[in-house]
Design a protein around this ligand. Structure first.
Ligand code: HEC
Length: 453
């Protein structure tokens, strides 16, 4: 199996020679993970992705949603009744939303997709015009001012005038195990009580079994599937099943896979995070691809940039948008221990560190991304069989899988994204699906044959 290694040497070379710009524009990843695919041979699938407002699973399945009056509602997908309505739906939902801090948010975005596969991988390529005026390469940021470090930044909802936040491209997959996911897709994971949708209080969440104090120790409600609640419909975020019941669901594969390309927290290492949704939005087992660069006890950063690799110890404000500079901090690659004597007042460090994922959490280590003329391109390579069925959906050539895709663009978070309706993807010639992937030869594998370790 091919393993991508982040050698200090290779990455140092990339930093020094300034390969951030390639013929394809600004390369978001420091290492080269772009599969050598002739995309001209792969059909373009255009999708309009829309702002879903406050539409939650309980609303979709309540009498307020006129669709439920249809006696076959349970067996129909959104597109059965709403085919081609994405744009109109986004326009209607945004009009009735409270978006005072995001007045210019588009109600929909047009995205070009291409889907390909080989024996080992699924490839999803997506291109969209971004609202961010530059690639979003900063997330939580550390500012040194008057001898003190503070965390600054925030998404556009919370910090409308000076947001510092990443953009995201998220893929949710099921293999038919989760009842209703084919029909209702990502709405299965979207409920009242979640952050920014009639938010449950910290105190109430901490008081919950399984989710709260003594369990996952969470302070808010994030994505979950209705199967994990004792009541399927209505407001049910607080009606959590027991740990044993939830563990059994997981063993039965009744979770959905959720992988997120993050323009700051994963793109620099050519990766996407790897998680799943069950009773909460959780990370796969192993080491995640990002962590904090903050020693909270000491109130200072863990690391600064290693000047011998990057040419600087810390950032100045203008560097945030200087595309001649690689400004990601990759643990152990271009970082060194924090030394206060090297930092000047008014300088910045990344609040988050990129690192190589390990185990199932590190499965998505071949996600190429670039930014050119105001457009992002993400080429998501996903092993069909990751070898980790306990928290991934395993795919195979000839199979059909349920997909839902979301884009958080313009430095936004939570529900302030654009989504597709759920759709099915068939893998390879002869497979069935709303989209069927085009077989290509195994370029990554061939290119690196001999380097395999
Ligand atoms: C069986 C048909 C059917 C299905 C399946 C269905 N809907 Fe609907 N939906 C309707 C009807 C009918 C309305 C009433 C408004 C209309 O005529 O468009 C509606 C209204 C809506 C509205 C509000 C728009 C408005 O004009 O009030 C939203 C949002 C919506 N549906 C989303 C969804 C989503 C998301 C799904 C899939 C999870 C879905 N619907 C599945 C039939 C359906």
């Amino acid at each position: 199996m091919r393993k991508i290694t982040f050698t200090r040497y290779a990455l140092a070379a990339a930093f020094v020679s300034g390969t951030a710009f390639s013929a394809h524009g600004y390369n978001m990843s420091v290492n080269d993970v772009e599969p050598d695919i002739d995309w001209n041979k792969v059909p373009v699938v255009e999708k309009t992705m829309f702002f879903p407002g406050l539409i939650t699973y309980d609303w979709i399945n309540s009498p307020e949603h006129k669709g439920t009056l249809n006696k076959d509602f349970k067996t129909k997908t959104c597109t059965h009744c709403h085919q081609g309505e994405e744009k109109a739906m986004g326009e209607m939902l945004i009009k009735h939303d409270r978006l005072d801090t995001m007045a210019d948010k588009p109600s929909f975005i047009d995205v070009e997709f291409q889907f390909a596969n080989d024996d080992e991988n699924l490839y999803v390529k997506a291109t969209w015009e971004t609202q961010s005026p530059f690639p979003a390469r900063m997330h939580d940021t550390l500012l040194f001012e008057n001898g003190k470090w503070t965390v600054i930044g925030g998404d556009r909802g919370k910090n409308p005038y000076t947001p510092i936040y990443e953009d995201r491209f998220s893929v949710m997959i099921d293999d038919g195990s989760v009842d209703q996911f084919t029909q209702q897709g990502c709405w299965m994971s979207c409920h009242r009580g979640m952050r920014d949708i009639g938010q449950a209080t910290k105190r109430d969440v901490l008081a919950l079994d399984v989710i709260g104090f003594g369990g996952l120790n969470k302070k808010d409600v994030r994505k979950y599937l209705p199967d994990t609640r004792t009541e399927r419909y209505g407001v049910n975020w607080d009606k959590v099943k027991t740990r044993d019941q939830i563990d059994q669901l997981k063993e039965g594969g009744k979770f959905v896979d959720l992988m997120q390309w993050r323009s700051t927290r994963s793109a620099p290492t050519g990766s996407a995070d790897d998680g799943y949704v069950l009773e909460y939005r959780l990370s796969d087992a192993g080491t995640t691809v990002f962590t904090w660069n903050l020693d909270r006890t000491a109130g200072q950063p863990k690391y600064m940039y290693d000047k011998s690799v990057t040419g600087f110890y810390a950032l100045n404000k203008a560097d945030f948008t200087d595309l001649n500079m690689n400004i990601a901090m990759i643990e152990g690659v271009n970082t060194m221990s924090y030394d206060p004597s090297k930092i000047e007042d008014g300088q910045y460090l990344q609040g988050r560190l990129n690192r190589q994922g390990v185990g199932s959490a590190g499965d998505n280590s071949q996600v190429h991304s670039s930014w050119e003329d105001g457009k992002y391109t993400v080429v998501f390579t996903r092993k069909l069989d990751t070898g980790n069925p306990e928290d991934d959906k395993i795919m195979a050539v000839g199979g059909t899988y349920d997909f839902n895709i979301a884009i958080h663009d313009g430095q936004t978070t939570t529900r302030f994204h654009h989504v597709t309706f759920p759709f099915t993807v068939g893998i390879g010639d002869g497979a069935t699906g709303d989209v069927v992937t085009t077989p290509v030869k195994s370029p990554i594998y061939d290119k690196h044959r001999g380097e395999t370790q």
